[in-house]
Design a protein around this ligand. Structure first.
Ligand code: ASP
Length: 339
């Protein structure tokens, strides 16, 4: 396998968009791994700290946001997606990297996977340790993200995540651990490959529809509708579901036990929500697994949507986008079966 683009004399252009997170975090000392401040260092400074990048790509950068990723809400996501599409539309731009906080990396990556309108490579990366720490993982993650972004092999694969040497499809990636550098994995579908040194080694691709082939874009979207997540439990009274409907949620993801089964009281609250026009998606409370339609729960009776293998956080992204595009529950079920 050869990365042909890297063999030409003129370096490919890559845009790097910064949004904050731990990769841009700063600690009081080089041994402080927790309790540091996220989203402090600018993306330019992060790139300047990686001199070997000058041999990989001709870099452009843009600070799109500077936030801890738990605060990267709908307005910032829409702005980010527009900037990604802007850069990829430049004919001389080969690929793009987005740096994000890892806490919600999977939602941002999946959102971009659904709304980016280009086959050029988009890589999302971050870091588990702040930029000031001993053995910070950010510089190598960012270096490898750029290597992946200029590789001919990654074109048309949808949005990719590069963390800890691994290349993972945006749809499949899951943050598995709160602290460790190997937190990002694809527990059900597996990683797509690795980046080692300047080599991309790919072994498979995601079969789910993405980027140019989805029915979603951000061109006419000014905001995303309110979609909340409720985690159900053995004794769930349904009060949280009813309260969120009352508060104006247009969609709800209910993270149910096992195959997203719900207590009787929660199921009743869900039925009343769907009768009011709120779209409710069932997603698994377990770490992995599939939620199939009418299995362990009567979706037809309750007007609910089965969330397939999406985590509650990713189900929330797809539901919000589908609602923003005016989709009804049956069309939303089709979207969960496709994306
Ligand atoms: N608080 C950070 C964030 O912005 C955590 C991280 O990036 O790892 O998500």
């Amino acid at each position: 396998m050869h990365d042909l683009r890297m063999k030409t004399s003129k370096l490919p252009k890559v845009a790097v968009l910064g949004t904050g997170g731990t990769i841009a975090g700063s600690g009081a000392s080089s041994t402080q791994y927790a309790g540091y401040r996220a989203a402090v260092t600018g993306v330019d400074e992060l790139l300047m700290a990686i001199p070997p990048l000058k041999d990989v790509a001709d870099l452009e950068s843009e600070q799109v946001a500077q936030v801890a990723s738990q605060n990267l809400g709908g307005a910032t996501l829409l702005h980010l997606a527009r900037r990604v599409n802007f850069w990829l539309n430049q004919t001389d731009c080969t690929g793009l990297v987005v740096t994000v906080g890892t806490n919600t990396l999977e939602e941002t990556a999946y959102f971009l996977n659904l709304v980016v309108k280009s086959r050029k490579t988009v890589v999302v990366t971050g870091a588990m340790r702040p930029s000031t720490s001993l053995s910070a993982d950010g510089p190598m993650n960012l270096y490898r993200a750029v290597v992946a972004a200029v590789s001919i092999q990654t074109v048309g694969l949808g949005v990719l995540v590069v963390m800890n040497d691994q290349i993972i499809a945006a749809r499949d990636v899951h943050k598995m651990d709160t602290m460790t550098v190997d937190s990002f994995r694809a527990p059900v579908f597996g990683i797509l490959g690795w980046v080692f040194d300047n080599q991309v080694r790919l072994y498979k691709r995601s079969a789910r529809t993405h980027t140019c082939d989805t029915e979603f874009d951000v061109i006419d979207l000014n905001s995303l509708p309110r979609v909340d997540i409720v985690v159900g439990h053995q004794d769930d009274s349904g009060v949280a579901v009813s309260a969120l409907v009352e508060a104006g949620a247009k969609g709800l993801v209910v993270a149910g036990a096992g195959s997203a089964s719900l207590s009787e009281a929660m199921a009743e609250a869900v039925l009343s929500a769907t009768r009011k026009g709120v779209v409710v998606v069932r997603a698994p409370r377990t770490a992995t697994g599939i939620v199939m339609r009418n299995m362990e729960f009567d979706d037809a009776l309750h007007g609910t949507v089965a969330g397939d293998t999406l985590s509650p956080a990713k189900a929330r992204v797809l539901l919000a986008l589908a609602l923003a595009h005016g989709k009804q529950a049956d069309e939303i079920q089709a979207a969960f079966d496709m994306y």
